[in-house]
Write a protein that binds this ligand. Sequence first.
Ligand SMILES: Nc1ncnc2c1ncn2[C@@H]1O[C@H](COP(=O)(O)OP(=O)(O)OP(=O)(O)O)[C@@H](O)[C@H]1O
Ligand SMILES: [Mg+2]
Length: 507
Amino acid sequence: MFAQVLSAAPYGIEARLIEVQCDVSPGLPGFAIVGLPEKEVSEARERVRSAIRNAGLSFPQLRITANLAPADLRKEGAGFDLALAVALLVATGQVRPEATADTVFLGELALDGSLRPVRGTLAMALAAHEAGIGRAVVAAPSAAEAALVDGLAVHPVASLGETVGFLRGEHTIPPAPRTVPAEEPPDWIDLSFVRGQEHARRALEIAAAGAHHILMVGPPGAGKSLLAQCLPGILPPLTFDEALEVSRIYSVAGLLPPGRPLLCWRPFRSPHHTVSYAGMVGGGHGIPSPGEITLAHHGVLFLDELPEFDRKVLEALRQPLEERRITVVRAGTSITFPASFMLVGAMNPCPCGHLGDPLRPCRCRPHEVVAYRKRLSGPFLDRVDLFVQVPRLTRDELLADGGGEPSEAVRKRVAAAREVQQRRFAGSTRTNAEIGPREVRRLCRIGPEAKALLSRAVDHFALTGRGYVRTLKVALTIADLAGSATIEPEHVAEALQYRAFPEEATA
Ligand SMILES: Nc1ncnc2c1ncn2[C@@H]1O[C@H](COP(=O)(O)OP(=O)(O)OP(=O)(O)O)[C@@H](O)[C@H]1O
Ligand SMILES: [Mg+2]
């Protein structure tokens, strides 16, 4: 007998519906799976066989052929197990075919018949809903994720036995509620702990307000890493749609924390400088998985000790820094991941770290400084919107009683500036940093005086075309923070302060 049930597979952060077909015919007993399965999928035969027997159901001594369609897509992972088992039970008359109509099955089987969670369940549930499927039978640990999809009835099941009982109508399983748990804000470092560094604090606020890329340069112990860790605390929380997108990425990567199907806070990723190329941009074995730049989508990618990163890894960021997505090609599969992140870099001005400090002479030779700086290419640096110097604290600053303004106050100003941007982009949640080349002229309204100042700066700073546009966008964010509808000279003047690699720190 022949049977067909639906399952799904994640591809990138999207998912595709997969038809699991099963044919049982007389002949030499055997179980074959065709349709471009990878190793884990082929191993499903053993899991399905044991799970069916251990659930007290009968496994036929017949010739079984399962096909995963469409056949030209690579299939990996153990997420097809449940669908394979159900298809086999339908093909052998143990479950009625009508009971599986309009239903997608997602779950990995353990040998005892219990069901385990599956990576990418949220993406697969979304794909099922978009395809017009009304019902999902999902391994219980992943059900809360799938239930986030509005309009899809998600029935959580703990085992194959329970699934069969449900499909036979022996017992009911109510759909999982669509709960969006209120999440406590993570324990970020508060800006009130940071002493001094007024200039850097202001730059961080501008960067947060417009999602601009920022590079902090300064001696060891000045507070660069500390400032970067304060950043998530001044960013507004994710909107629901953004949260769904971020959660989908973490679900595919298998990084959703248990019991937290929806991530509400902006991601903050700080990969170590030894991170591999694939770890940064995405890739790996088999179907490409998301890298750090995608895990930082809608949030922050913090690269501490920037020059220590492999140059090839940094150069790979050039495309996503501008296009806000990355296409990864591996083993014949090409997948585009979103990568709209805010880059925060931190570095010392030279290998010893003290170049430019009047009281602590730099011990580096000129060629060492040049070699250190050369680890960052010109095109990479041209993509940075704000350069900011973070100098050693003065004695007064060190001995002062308290730090500066708390994060809460800064977050309010950032949120107000983001609201201005939302209105500018007609309700979408895009930021000034994302303004495309064709929109710059229309959206960056600049007064004549400010324009004259900016045109003089083109020669003075030897601005590239990209540098010019980036300065204009930063000036727009400064105008937004000031509540000004047009870019005025003082906004351009401030934006220009952040344009060049810190002068004092230049060899
Ligand atoms: N501006 C500051 N306000 C308060 N504490 C500070 C400040 N700067 C440094 N500190 C203290 O010094 C520690 C080290 O600072 P941090 O790691 O931010 O330095 P850094 O600039 O990143 O140095 P490096 O270049 O060596 O990485 C912090 O954890 C904090 O305790
Ligand atoms: Mg540091």
